[in-house]
Design a protein around this ligand. Structure first.
Ligand code: HEM
Ligand code: HEM
Length: 139
């Protein structure tokens, strides 16, 4: 008897091609790395660490996590062609700038930015849940 599955059929990637979601995640990761390093240098030079958590999340949720997900899509291209991967890329790349911009505004004395920190965080979190599901399907 055939096994019952609730997942839609698995799409297969074109052999040898770097999936566009891998390219997009790696490109975005490089931009966040440069932005995070510039902010780190500015903090070190000024001695003002008010934006420490902006710097750490630009580096860790931007550079490190985007880069790791991009490399994962490069290694597991079948995960990259799924609808879940598209949701991940969209939510991560929208949520992160909303989250870190609001975080910077909040730490610069704009308490009204707080709901946008929550919004950006939830979008980025949702994106990473989609990433986890996309990868789980091909393991
Ligand atoms: C040019 C390179 C960098 C400079 C000048 C720099 C500078 C800084 C400064 C000034 C702080 C605040 C320290 C404090 O509050 O005591 C900091 C914190 C932090 N940085 Fe960087 N940073 C650099 C690169 C990186 C990279 C590449 C990463 C990660 C991939 C990173 C992750 C973090 C984290 C997680 C914190 C928070 C640490 C904590 O809360 O204890 N930084 N950085
Ligand atoms: C949706 C994603 C995330 C949310 C909402 C989130 C939220 C937070 C919050 C609220 C703090 C405390 C900040 C403060 O004390 O000012 C924090 C700190 C920290 N987070 Fe995250 N985080 C996320 C993702 C990550 C990821 C992916 C990493 C690492 C790969 C990470 C590493 C850290 C580190 C090292 C700290 C301590 C340094 C600091 O205070 O800035 N976070 N995070």
């Amino acid at each position: 008897m055939a096994a019952i599955s609730f997942d839609p059929p698995l799409r297969r990637a074109r052999p040898g091609a770097l999936p566009w979601v891998a390219r997009l995640q790696l490109g975005a990761a490089l931009l966040w790395m440069l932005a995070g390093l510039a902010l780190g240098l500015a903090m070190a030079a000024s001695g003002d660490f008010a934006l420490r958590s902006v710097h750490s999340h630009v580096q860790l949720l931007g550079w490190v996590t985007l880069c790791l997900t991009g490399l994962t899509y490069a290694v597991l291209p079948d995960a990259a062609v799924s609808m879940l991967a598209r949701w991940h890329v969209a939510l991560h790349n929208i949520g992160l700038p909303v989250m870190v911009t609001a975080l910077a505004a909040h730490h610069s004395g704009l308490p009204a930015a707080e709901p946008f920190i929550a919004l950006g965080s939830i979008l980025a979190f949702g994106g990473l849940v989609a990433f986890a599901l996309a990868v789980r399907r091909v393991l």
